[in-house]
Design a protein around this ligand. Structure first.
Ligand code: NDP
Length: 246
């Protein structure tokens, strides 16, 4: 597909897992893609090489999502490099999962800064640089609605914060035909949530489909929301969770 031909995308947190699948998919749909990472330097270079070897365009930018100025700089660099900005995907996230007795204020702050403040900062900077008709897509979680295990208080809080953020931003940016949506995955097999982990069997049992999702399945939904056919979807939080929340 060349749905996204001529578009420029910025993926915050694109080196591994769901983010890497999004980078590959947007690039194969024709977008030029800049993505950030914080620690996976070598993996990021391999991803850039893979996209280029398949005829696409990609660059990797080191930018810690807990540092607002690093995010802003990465977005400006994306526009400077590719000449425009159309799509921002906020995927970087951290999972600190523990019961209230064990959580610290540092855990709370790290979760909020990585999962929520980074989305606010990127959206604000993107609004300055983005073309009308653009797309802001945040990777939330089914845990915004359902947390059927001990330990998900601050993670769930961070992902449900994105629900309200997307609604407000959709109102702010609607006059420019920029849409803002959350994609809320269920369990997806990545380093964060491996299909062969200790809790993977109970997690699978919670879903209607009884399996983990694939990062590519999330990426194809992101590509649809990023594309020209999704222009009337905004302010929405959209489940793609195999029925985990059903
Ligand atoms: P992974 O842990 O596998 O990958 C995380 C990605 O985000 C990496 O590319 C990582 O970069 C990047 N990242 C993390 N912290 C930072 C930071 N401070 N600055 C810059 N980049 C950062 O996670 P997943 O792919 O599983 O998750 C991606 C998103 O999807 C997250 O928002 C997560 O909450 C959400 N999600 C995941 C689910 C799952 O079951 N896997 C379910 C529902 C939602 P680096 O490689 O450099 O560390």
């Amino acid at each position: 597909s060349n749905n996204l031909q001529g578009k420029v995308a910025f993926v915050q947190g694109g080196s591994r897992g769901i983010g890497a699948a999004i980078v590959k998919r947007l690039a194969s749909d024709g977008a030029a893609v800049a993505f950030t990472y914080v620690s996976s330097e070598a993996q990021s270079q391999l991803l850039v090489d893979e996209v280029i070897s398949q005829g696409g365009q990609a660059i990797a930018i080191k930018a810690d999502s807990t540092e607002p100025e690093a995010i802003r700089r990465a977005i400006r660099e994306t526009k400077a490099h590719f000449g425009r900005l159309d799509i921002v995907v906020n995927n970087a996230g951290t999972l600190i999962w523990d019961s209230i007795e064990n959580l610290t204020l540092e855990d709370w702050e790290r979760t909020i800064n990585t999962n929520v403040r980074s989305v606010f900062v990127a959206s604000q900077e993107a609004a300055l640089h983005m073309n009308d008709g653009g797309r802001i897509i945040n990777i939330g979680s089914t845990n915004a609605e359902r947390i059927p295990f001990v330990g998900g208080a601050i993670y769930g809080m961070s992902k449900s914060a994105l629900v309200g953020l997307a609604k407000g931003l959709a109102r702010d940016l609607g006059p420019r035909a920029i849409t803002v949506n959350n994609i809320q995955p269920g369990p997806v097999d990545t380093d964060m949530n491996p299909d062969n982990g200790d809790s993977s069997e109970p997690i699978k049992a919670m879903g209607a489909l009884g399996r983990f999702g694939k990062a590519e399945e999330i990426a194809s939904f992101v590509a649809f929301i990023a594309g020209p056919e999704a222009g009337y979807i905004t302010g929405a939080s959209l489940m793609i969770d195999g029925g985990f929340s059903a």
